[in-house]
Design a protein around this ligand. Structure first.
Ligand SMILES: [Zn+2]
Length: 212
């Protein structure tokens, strides 16, 4: 059995089990439609059910395809890698590919890389900074709406973990931006002037980041 959607045929896999009382339709990672149902369901009744739920199933296909597409890339320091899940040890990079073990914790790995790199870049940019500022304490968090936050009172700069996926120039920009807040709490022209002093081409990075 197949279902046609957007000129593509999707296989329908039917699994009949004595323990199943109800019928469930799911679209899984393999982009196949999995129907689990009771041993008493006839093919005709399943066909009918698929027909009645056609729109819902198409929506499920859309959402699964989107997920597959999004997960199809692995980003690290501005480079995109094709992910190949394998039985290798941990994570191994090879040109534009990355081999990852099924059980590997990618988020944990990102955090570990970020911990070292973000601190290194903070120190580098701090040493070069044109004004005297207190040495900031660094925090790293996953954030959805901001790249960085600066607490002027506690001198804590929080950087978004997602920066590890982008080119280092954006990380440097966010660090300079947040450090400048230790002098100016607002986004006044004096603030931007200070950012520019420390990073003359900051506008380029700021504008590019809007597109992420
Ligand atoms: Zn700001």
């Amino acid at each position: 059995m197949q279902l046609t959607y957007n000129n593509k045929d999707y296989d329908i896999l039917i699994e009949k089990k004595a323990s199943n009382r109800n019928t469930y339709i799911r679209v899984k990672k393999d982009l196949k439609i999995h129907v689990t149902t009771s041993i008493f369901s006839t093919n005709r009744s399943i066909e009918r059910l698929i027909k009645d739920n056609y729109d819902k199933i198409c929506k499920m296909i859309d959402s699964e395809e989107k997920k597959v597409k999004n997960n199809n890339g692995f980003f690290y320091l501005g480079k995109k890698y094709v992910v190949i899940y394998s039985s290798c040890d941990g994570i191994n990079f090879d040109k534009d590919k990355v081999y990852i073990n099924h059980d590997f914790d990618i988020d944990k790995w990102y955090k570990k890389q970020a911990k070292d790199l973000f601190l290194e870049r903070l120190n580098y940019n701090y040493e070069k900074f044109s004004r005297k500022i207190p040495y900031p304490k660094l925090r790293i968090r996953k954030m959805t709406t901001r790249w960085g936050v600066c607490n002027i009172k506690t001198h804590i700069i929080t950087l978004n973990l997602e920066l590890i996926k982008r080119d280092i120039c954006y990380l440097d920009y966010v660090i300079n931006h947040e450090m400048s807040h230790l002098i100016y709490g607002d986004h006044s022209s004096a603030f931007w002037k200070l950012v520019e002093t420390n990073m003359p081409d900051y506008k380029k990075y700021r504008d590019e980041m809007k597109e992420f």
